[in-house]
Design a protein around this ligand. Structure first.
Ligand code: 5GP
Length: 175
């Protein structure tokens, strides 16, 4: 098994700069609360905020969805919640990948209930082929085909998050 580069480090960084420009424009003169979703979005969040030029407050959360992913409702298990109060704040959720869309659908609902001034979503990746829950992604870096990807925060069994690029497994036998 080896890992093939699917999205290179330079391609990812270039796209993040473009997204940051859009966010800087949309929130010019405003404050922004950036909430990174652990563990997968830690690297994307860290790279994105480096290019933001408004006053930024950064926090992280960890949540998982459970229940039947084919149903329109699902339960959200919050493993680690944010410590900041987002009432009347501009909030940007930063996620690694929207796959079925279930996690983000219920996470956004949970955040809406906290009364933010605005709520936007940035996602590094989106897999339309597997989407069952339509979720609006305000800032999307890459739409990808239905492949299981690893690296740049994304894991396989806890591994490969440290890779600076996004990769896919190749059947080729090498270490
Ligand atoms: P969903 O959108 O289906 O509710 O779930 C999204 C979550 O599934 C992501 O946050 C991520 O943890 C996981 N996931 C979905 N597709 C992939 C993938 O291709 N690679 C990895 N490493 N995780 C994925």
């Amino acid at each position: 098994m080896s890992v093939d580069v699917f999205l290179s480090e330079s391609k990812i960084q270039e796209r993040i700069e473009q997204l940051a420009k859009m966010i800087n424009k949309d929130f010019a003169g405003e404050e922004l609360y950036v909430i990174g979703v652990l563990n997968g979005a830690f690297m994307f969040t860290a790279d994105l905020v480096r290019h933001l030029n408004m006053p930024v407050t950064i926090d992280f959360m960890s949540a998982s969805s459970y229940g039947d992913s084919t149903e329109s409702s699902g339960e959200l298990k919050i493993n680690l919640d944010i410590k900041v109060d987002i009432k009347d704040k501009n909030v940007l959720i930063v996620e690694d990948i929207v796959d079925t869309g279930l996690t983000m659908t219920i996470l956004k609902k949970n955040f809406e209930a906290r009364g933010p001034k605005s709520l936007k979503l940035a996602s590094l990746l989106y897999k339309p082929a597997r989407n069952t829950h339509k979720v609006n992604i305000d800032y999307l870096a890459f739409e990808i085909e239905d492949k299981f990807v690893i690296g740049y925060g994304l894991d396989f069994d806890g591994r490969y998050r440290e890779l600076p690029y996004i990769g896919v497994y190749s059947a080729e036998d090498s270490q």
